[in-house]
Design a protein around this ligand. Structure first.
Ligand SMILES: Cc1ncc(COP(=O)(O)O)c(C=O)c1O
Length: 401
């Protein structure tokens, strides 16, 4: 085998996709299956939920827009539309923003790892995290370290964060922190403004020790249960110019077009010279990985973000999907509280995590009963985004038994 030894023995299939394949095959054979593994929002009849306005915008992109290459860093109007979307309430952040197009939020995470850590250094994130964070680190020859996500009261453990930041700055002289909020995958947790303030305080407290970068993974931003998804940004204001601030923006969930592969890495860099250098580094990374992104995809998403009629109707359609998901969340909270399941505060979002010591065995037993969830260390990830409200009691019963 010519593959380098370090890459031999890598798993060929993502475990979540493998579970989904098994669930789908059993359902196709006529079994009654509850499949809580899929990370996409599905209607109750298992059809993928697609915003009709977004689908129309994609179809209206002419061939002349699909066929050519896009600029390496992304279409300028797309990049402006993304930072306007993120920072509509934060003019200072908007003024300092530099952005490049990436294939989904995944590409932005990749660029952050490659540009804010030296090879061999460790990314820092919460102890529950989206598995591909590890894959992205492996692929870039970086490592991944975690801090305990929840304290004894079930809040974000900022004491553990503080200690981990200190360790990273001592051992590697820099730190890169990924925080996925709101609707954290896999726990479903959404931080309060006070929790964000506490994180910012910890970051600032260590900022003199070396370069720190906070990367906010906003993949589920549009599904926040709280009325103003941008509220957390004002808590981040004190970081500007002191701690590096970046955002992984994604159209996948926001516009229900996961396969369109549209996203962006946005960084706030108040100093003009540093901003130009950041833009050059990120753009170089684009050239050195995927070269450029889907021009037609960017066109469609730009229209959805900037044309008022399209933005209004996609927002209204998304509200319907949020209501669909919200009903499942309410049903889950109701049943799970009654059955005494242990899980973080869950207000909304695609996933929730149930804590259990025997995750793998429990997931196996659940699978025998036709209920599929994703086991991890000490927890089961439950994708409510793919479970009909009527199936939630069966799902909770299987989790509790
Ligand atoms: C936490 C998290 N971050 C980022 C992503 C990136 O998705 P995409 O690359 O499709 O934008 C996902 C997708 O599932 C996710 O769950």
């Amino acid at each position: 085998m010519n593959v380098i030894p370090a890459h031999q023995g890598r798993p060929s299939d993502d475990p979540i996709f493998a579970l989904n394949k098994e669930a789908t095959a059993r359902r196709a054979r006529g079994e009654s299956i509850v499949n809580a593994t899929v990370g996409s929002l599905l209607h109750d009849d298992n059809r993928l939920a697609i915003l009709p306005t977004a689908a129309r915008a994609v179809h209206e992109v002419p061939a002349e827009e699909w066929a050519p290459y896009a600029p390496i860093a992304g279409a300028p109007d797309f990049l402006d539309a993304v930072s306007t979307d993120l920072f509509s309430t934060e003019p200072e952040m908007k003024a300092s923003a530099v952005a490049v197009a990436t294939p989904g939020g995944t590409g932005a995470l990749r660029h952050a790892i490659a540009n804010y850590l030296e090879p061999g250094q460790s990314l820092l994130t919460t102890s529950f995290f989206w598995g591909p964070y590890q894959t992205l680190c492996d692929e870039s020859d970086r490592k991944l370290a975690t801090f305990s996500m929840f304290d004894g009261e079930g809040k974000l453990d900022t004491v553990a964060l503080d200690k981990a930041l200190a360790d990273h700055l001592t051992t590697q002289k820099r730190a890169l922190l990924f925080i996925n909020d709101p609707c954290h995958n896999p726990t479903g947790y959404s931080m309060t403004p006070a929790e964000w303030r506490a994180v910012v305080e910890r970051l600032l407290a260590h900022s003199a020790q070396g370069p720190i970068t906070l990367l906010c993974d906003t993949a589920y931003f549009a599904y926040a249960a709280r009325p103003d998804p941008r509220a957390f940004l004002k808590e981040l204001r004190p970081l500007l110019g002191k701690v590096g601030l970046g955002f992984a923006w994604s159209a996948s969930k926001t516009f229900t077009h996961y396969g369109l592969r549209v996203g962006a890495m946005v960084a706030c860099v108040p100093d003009a010279k540093e901003r130009a250098a950041t833009e050059a580094a990120l753009s170089y990374s684009c050239r050195g990985t995927w070269s450029n992104c889907s021009r037609g995809g960017m066109r469609a998403i730009t229209r959805l973000l900037t044309e008022p009629a399209l933005a209004r109707s996609s927002d209204a359609e998304r509200e319907e999907l949020k209501a669909l998901l919200g009903a499942r969340v309410t049903a889950f909270n109701h049943a799970a509280t009654a059955r005494g399941l242990k899980y973080p505060r869950y207000e909304g979002g695609f996933f929730v995590t149930v804590f259990t010591d025997d995750a793998h065995e429990r997931a196996m037993r659940m699978k025998e009963k036709g209920v599929f969830v994703v086991p991890a260390k000490g927890a089961l990830r439950v994708a409510l985004c793919s479970v009909a409200e009527k199936d939630v009691p069966r799902l909770v019963d299987a989790l509790a038994e």
